[in-house]
Write a protein that binds this ligand. Structure first.
Ligand code: OXD
Ligand code: MN
Length: 586
């Protein structure tokens, strides 16, 4: 399939290491994928679903000990420990290679090695990059074929170049004690062993498109971010693009596929989805920041996805989708998850594949159960989705899940202040990673688990990008859909209604609307958030548009402590931003 010596040498080295019985090069053709689906069905790795209701759809169950990303077993292996920074686990590369090769050695015995050439981003796009993943899992091949552009054509683009990312995945025996997800940013290499869960093994996604790519972006002056990309089309047909960073399982997919409220639709507004999880952004020839979604599908969280929260996502999963760890309705061979509707199937298998006992009170689907669905299935996929140059970004939005404190929306004062706002992001943890759920943790730019190098240097890189973009830089905002009242009820309705906030953001970018200056940034005047057709009073809105100075002073103390982590690699600009905030709150 290729004569590229760097590729052939590495593949040979991997073959000698893992000693497969067979080797199969994946060319991305439908015939090849179909024959792999048949094999996976025969082995029980995939269950075919009701082909009338869900054509081309399958169910997969992971091992019960392997259901989420494992941040405590994820490592950045740089020669100098300090280059991985205080927010990453670090291992010496030499030791890591030795340990991983010892685990991987001979582990493909009796198995097939699948070699997957793929492009992150449209093949041949100046913003795209190439990877090759070697795996012993058909599930990985089939998921990669949805999530990335898998094709022998990537070798035409690659030619003789060594600019590609190596990815070795070995299922081994899914032993938690020997599970490691290791990144070697200085070698463009990823090694993942003893897992079969998407976020740990679909190496194009978090491992390459965020951890390795963030490091590449720093070297090559571009950005790899944990951001959705959406386009808002106004009634005149002009489309403005927003990139937004939220921690895992905080509604990125819902926001990316938002359906505007009725009166916006009537006026002719539309929202287009470019991506729901990752954005690669570079300065374009016109000086603006242009973004592509490097992925080709959605690896979305199933629970909570329904006709109301995200009809577009639901429609996206109705064909050619792989479901992981959802429940199987035995009556009609379809899938179900909590929050899909109010009718849990009585005759069902739970996510572990066990007969479900409705009296048990247990969940049918795993809280981090997923769908892997092709982007082209999405009813609102952007006409620019395949565009090689990407889309120009007008606004960058940061957001977290905060019951208190952060207002519904505010705008940073300028790029530097916006980087500060991103750097102090915090959110309540979710089920997307193992560990406690609902604890507030700092998650700068939603990149805490995904930044492939020292986070202090990452902040510096953001500041550099701002200098480079100058007055063409996108405006930076912060949103919080998750404010709660005393009884724990969400105050803002969220979902499609978030359009009202996005519209204010776009109006701000175009200088069409005024704002109130506060110590944390510019807040909307309550009357500028359109409440038409919404059952919410202006007084209620005001409660989520105020800055509680006492609470923010306390927050500033937390930020100060968080910042000490970064030592002298924290840019002075950010330290000054914090001092300014404290001064403004006094
Ligand atoms: C994801 C995550 O799967 O952030 O997108 O965990
Ligand atoms: Mn994510």
């Amino acid at each position: 399939m290729t004569t590229n010596q760097t590729v052939l040498q590495w593949i040979n080295q991997m073959k000698e290491l893992v000693t497969p019985d067979n080797v199969v090069w994946i060319d991305g053709s439908e015939e090849q994928l179909e024959s792999l689906r048949k094999q996976a069905v025969a082995s029980g790795e995939l269950k075919p679903l009701n082909q009338e209701k869900l054509p081309g759809c399958y169910l997969h169950n992971t091992a019960v000990n392997d259901v989420a990303r494992v941040e405590h077993r994820t490592f950045i292996c740089t020669r100098k420990q300090d280059d991985a920074g205080p927010t990453n686990n670090w291992m010496d590369p030499e030791e890591a290679y030795k340990m991983l090769y010892d685990i991987a050695r001979g582990s493909y015995k009796g198995r097939t090695m699948y070699i997957i050439p793929y492009s992150m981003g449209p093949i041949g796009s100046p913003l795209a990059k190439i990877g090759i993943e070697v795996t012993d899992s058909i599930y990985v091949v089939l998921n990669m074929a949805i999530m990335t552009r898998v094709s022998s054509k990537v070798f035409d683009v690659l030619g003789d170049s060594n600019d590609w990312v190596r990815g070795l995945h070995c299922r081994c025996d899914i032993n938690e004690e020997k599970r490691y997800i290791c990144h070697f940013p200085e070698d463009n290499t990823i090694i993942s062993v003893n897992s079969g869960y998407g976020g740990n093994v679909l190496l194009g996604k978090k491992c390459f498109a965020l951890r390795i790519a963030s490091y590449q972006g720093k070297q090559e002056k571009w950005m790899a971010e944990h951001m959705l990309i959406l386009g808002i089309e106004n009634p005149q047909g002009e489309v403005k693009y927003i990139a937004a960073a939220f921690p895992s399982a905080c509604g990125k997919t819902n926001l990316a596929m938002l359906i505007p409220p009725e009166h916006y639709l009537k006026q002719g507004y539309k929202v287009w989805c470019v991506g729901d999880d990752i954005a690669w952004m570079r300065q374009g020839p016109d000086g603006r920041l242009w973004a592509i979604n490097p992925e080709n599908g959605f690896f979305g969280v199933a629970p909570g996805t329904n006709e109301k929260s995200n009809p577009n996502a639901l429609a996206t999963t109705r064909k050619n989708t792989i479901f992981t760890n959802v429940a199987l309705n035995l009556d009609d061979n379809t899938v179900w998850w909590e929050g899909l509707d109010k009718n849990p199937p009585k005759n069902a298998l739970n996510w572990k594949g066990e007969k479900y006992d409705p009296a048990s009170g247990e969940k049918l689907a795993h809280p981090n159960s997923r769908f892997t669905a092709p982007a082209k299935n999405c009813p609102c996929i952007s006409p620019e989705f395949e565009s090689p140059q990407g889309v120009p970004i007008s606004a960058i939005v940061f957001g977290g899940r905060r019951a208190k404190l952060a207002p519904l929306v505010y705008q940073s004062k300028d790029w530097e202040n916006g980087v500060f706002v991103g750097s102090i992001m915090a959110s309540e943890t979710t089920a997307a990673a193992t560990g406690a759920v609902g604890v507030v943790r700092r998650d700068p730019m939603a990149m805490l688990p995904f930044c492939g190098y020292h986070m202090g240097d990452y902040f510096a890189h953001w500041l550099e990008m701002g200098k480079m973009l100058g007055d063409k830089a996108p405006k930076i905002f912060h949103v919080n859909w998750f404010r709660q009242d005393e009884n724990g009820n969400f105050i803002w309705p969220g979902f499609g209604e978030n359009m009202r906030v996005l519209n204010w953001i776009i109006d701000r970018c175009e200088g069409k609307v005024d704002a109130v200056e506060t110590p944390i940034g510019y807040l909307p005047k309550p009357e500028d958030i359109d409440l038409t057709g919404l059952d919410m009073s202006v007084d209620t809105l005001k409660t989520i548009l105020e800055v509680d100075k006492d609470a923010w002073r306390e927050e500033a103390e937390g930020i100060k402590e968080f910042y000490t982590k970064f030592g002298d690699r924290l840019p002075a600009v950010l330290k000054n931003q914090l001092d300014n905030l404290i001064k403004n709150l006094a």
